[in-house]
Write a protein that binds this ligand. Sequence first.
Ligand code: KIV
Length: 311
Amino acid sequence: MGGERSLPSGYNPIERGNIMNMKKRVTVPEVIAAKGKRKLTMMTAYDYPMALLVDQSDIDMILVGDSLAMVVLGHEDTLSVGMEEMLHHTLAVSRGAKRALVVGDMPFMSYQASIEQAVLNAGRFLKEARAQAVKLEGGVRVVPQIKAMVEAQIPVQGHIGLTPQSLAQFGGFKVQGKTAEAAKVLIEDAQALADAGCFSIVLEGIPTPIATMITEAVPIPTIGIGAGPHCDGQVLVIHDVLGLFDRFTPRFVKRYAQLGTLIKEALTQYREEVENGSFPGPEHTFSMDDEEVAKLGGAGRKKSSTAKARK
Ligand code: KIV
């Protein structure tokens, strides 16, 4: 021991080249600098394989949204998901996302009760789940929490408008800011989030003219979902985009694929092939020398000698 340093086993210089060619991760300052220059893209993901696919699509940010509760865990709304579940899924996403900036969504009651609890929980997303930022819902009322997080060097994305954690308060999933009075509150909220140090703000379910006014008023990027085309970027829930969740589809969703249908077709074909014996075929099975089978008294001989299987 203690002699020359050897290369780790499995080290492959060609792969090292690949590592050096790897794309650089999108950073918080880059997101802020994109305002007015190029449109930003954000998509949700909740596990490693989807994170890989989103990352490989060069989408700027991956949001591990608390929509996890509904589209992955089957809850009625987003209120039931907790810190441990969010951290578990965020860590899986972080393992897959090498380029996209990963934003962990703070679940209901992880930041409302106290500033201290809010900072500690936000810190867990960076420290334990390896996210680069957190998101939380609310305007002026969560400014003290946001200031404390930013002070603790935790980048924060705000979220106002139709914030699903306020479902009980709103009396349902309803577009917000439809009167001049309500719109003024949203504009003040957005300004307060920017002043508190947020690096961007999600605008959800608000009329296009209000989203446009907010986008023009704040110096940080706005990321719209149901907030019209003039936001600085857009975000959608991946299960909506890919046709994997059909309990309801909000008006603002565009479905880019019908994977649910494709998956059902594939699974039906699998079931039928197992039932009619056409799967597994010879190419999916392993053979054994006939003499060896004979030593066992012939059991399995028929299968072994008929199948042109892989040894
Ligand atoms: O939880 C989520 O997916 C979200 C997006 C809809 C912005 O908050």
